[in-house]
Design a protein around this ligand. Structure first.
Ligand code: ADP
Length: 267
């Protein structure tokens, strides 16, 4: 019987190893499938602007066609727009891989967050297309330890989204609430909002809500913006999420710790 017990044990072990190997194999295949899906998403995002640029250049170069001034300008504007888009994509991809590789090191300085917000709004002025931006900033605000460039990028991304996904002219509210250990920044719009089941997924890289295009039609995103925002905020020891704005719309909220006890590493 001890012979039998040994054989049995061996067989059970073999089966266990086979099962483990199968699980590893499936995991690898899943990673491969995911990588392929990501790659084809990026390829698509590169190809679309490229083919617009190619068409515009080919048209401009046609010798036997005399384009009127407006059309000619239109071609050039579309080349500019699509090149910007490609540049954006490359920058986003680099940011994303830096975040994933853990190579993001915020260079923190003490800075008044309300000033940063006003800087961003000034810089974005022309892109707000006449939208009203209401700011609700407390009078007494402690400076926050932050990487200026990174938080600037988060605010810019969130504002760009609020412009891109809500009807022209609809207002945006920005507010800061100061608590004991953190500040909460809210960027709320009056757009279609985000369905409850998608409020986490939109922070995944390349995730875009299906069937919703921008009102301008031109400014197509890459699905990386919010994933980058989350990476940048988490590098500061903060959190970011979206909730429904009472009365309709999306309310993106992020926190930044007010002291080292809030999650930032002590040097
Ligand atoms: P992108 O804007 O490049 O698609 P993001 O990561 O910035 O990528 O956003 C992911 C998705 O979340 C968008 O495709 C959009 O569907 C949705 N979204 C983002 N911001 C808003 C908003 N303010 N209102 C409604 N939907 C939004």
């Amino acid at each position: 019987t001890s012979q039998f017990a040994a054989t049995l044990r061996q067989r059970v072990e073999d089966a266990h190893h086979r099962e483990q190997a199968r699980i590893r194999m499936e995991a690898l295949q899943r990673t491969d499938a995911l990588r392929l899906a990501l790659l084809s998403s990026v390829s698509h995002d590169i190809r679309t602007p490229l083919s617009t640029i190619k068409t515009a250049i080919t048209s401009l170069g046609e010798e036997d066609v005399q384009w009127d001034e407006e059309t000619r300008r239109g071609f050039i504007a579309s080349i500019e727009r699509e090149t910007d888009r490609l540049n954006n994509l490359v920058e986003n991809l680099l940011d994303m891989s830096r975040i994933e590789a853990g190579l993001l090191h915020p260079e923190r300085i003490w800075y008044p967050l309300d000033e940063l917000i006003l800087d961003v709004l000034n810089r974005m002025d022309t892109r707000l297309q006449g939208r009203k931006v209401e700011t609700h900033l407390p009078n007494q605000l402690s400076p926050v330890e932050l990487d200026y460039v990174m938080i600037d990028q988060v605010l810019t991304n969130l504002l760009e989204n609020a412009i891109r996904y809500t009807p022209a002219g609809s207002p945006i509210d920005i507010s800061i609430q100061q608590h004991n250990k953190e500040v909460v920044v809210s960027i709320a719009d009056h757009g279609p909002g985000i369905a409850p089941e998608e409020r986490e997924q939109i922070f995944d890289k390349f995730y875009r809500v299906k069937g919703k295009t921008s009102d301008s039609g031109t400014a197509q995103g890459t699905g990386l913006g919010l994933a980058i925002c989350r990476g940048l905020i988490e590098a500061h020891g903060g959190t970011i999420h979206v909730e429904a704005r009472p009365g309709g719309g999306a309310d993106f909220r992020f926190t930044l710790p007010l002291s080292n006890s809030g999650g930032m590493e002590l040097l």
